[in-house]
Design a protein around this ligand. Structure first.
Ligand code: SF4
Length: 285
């Protein structure tokens, strides 16, 4: 196991005291340490939002990209260097709203990427607007009379789109969350870990107490995580019973394994075929 201090960033998290994202950061660090992943072999990519600041708070390669655009960046990095462990982090607004198109296509390609979504049911960085996972009737700055929309069901969406590992955790249960993240990184293929991660500043409904009262673990002898029909049924359960755990896992070829170019070798290690770089540069003078 790698020492936790190996992943310690010089930048301290700027999240509000008590933000659920602290628990996710700690669980991610514990998971990569348990898996003995060297920081040089880890890339953490994010979009925009409070939770998307996470790559700055872990000592590894990082890319803080554009709103909703973490997945294309992560895809490019993974295809250029399939040897990298690529983890994408962000929030529900970033991933299930602005970036939902990229999210769906990454899942159907089954890229070997781990996606951790800090799902707090609100836009935190922009000071509290309804997000794609806000409940109907939820009152925010953008929905003063209550949200009129049905929330996205990220678990059901991931099952339909072809993700090969689908799980949900709670940042107030770090041991369980670490296990889900660790197994998601180990899994060969697209892994979604949706995490209930309370925004203590702007969401006074989906609080730690709310999740402690409503979350329950369902993995056990009566649940078969390779049965997609059972996973669909479980994904339909809503408050006051919120299931957390591994909904579904299956093995199938990843995009990288099938790509004919990558089969010839790792692209970033391929020779560029440039004999004289100075000659090439002259073309741009
Ligand atoms: Fe966390 Fe909410 Fe504060 Fe953002 S505004 S850091 S999500 S508690």
């Amino acid at each position: 196991m790698m020492e936790l201090s190996k992943y310690k960033s010089e930048t301290r998290p700027d999240w509000c005291p008590g933000c659920g994202d602290f628990g996710v950061l700690n669980a991610l660090v514990q998971a990569v340490a348990n898996l003995n992943i060297d920081p040089k072999d880890l890339l953490v990519v994010s979009g925009i939002g409070c939770s998307s600041n996470l790559p700055g708070f872990i000592h590894a390669y990082g890319f803080h990209s554009l709103h909703g655009r973490a997945m294309p960046i992560a895809t490019g990095a993974k295809l250029a260097n399939p040897d990298l462990n690529v983890v994408v982090t962000g929030g529900d607004g970033d991933g299930y709203g602005i970036g939902v198109g990229h999210f769906i296509h990454a899942m159907r390609r089954n890229l070997d990427i781990t996606y951790i979504v800090m799902d707090n049911q609100i836009y935190g960085l922009t000071t509290g607007q309804a997000s794609p996972t806000s409940s109907p009737g939820f009152t925010t700055k953008s929905t003063p009379f209550g949200s009129l929309e049905e929330p996205i069901n990220p678990i059901g969406l991931a099952l339909v789109a072809g993700a090969s590992y689908v799980a949900r955790g709670f940042s107030g249960d770090p041991r369980h969350l670490t296990e889900l993240i660790q197994n998601g990184i180990k899994h060969k293929g697209f892994a979604l870990i949706d995490v209930f991660s309370p925004c203590v500043t702007w969401n006074k409904v989906n609080t730690y107490d709310f999740f402690r009262q409503n979350c329950y673990k369902f993995n056990g002898p009566d649940y078969n995580p390779t049965d997609i029909n059972q996973a669909f049924m479980k994904s339909r359960e809503l408050a006051p019973r919120l299931p957390i755990g591994l909904f579904y896992e299956t093995q199938k070829p990843t995009y990288e394994e099938q790509d004919p170019t990558i089969k010839l070798g790792v692209p970033v290690k391929a020779p560029l075929g440039i004999k004289d770089p100075q000659e090439l540069l002259k073309e741009f003078y």
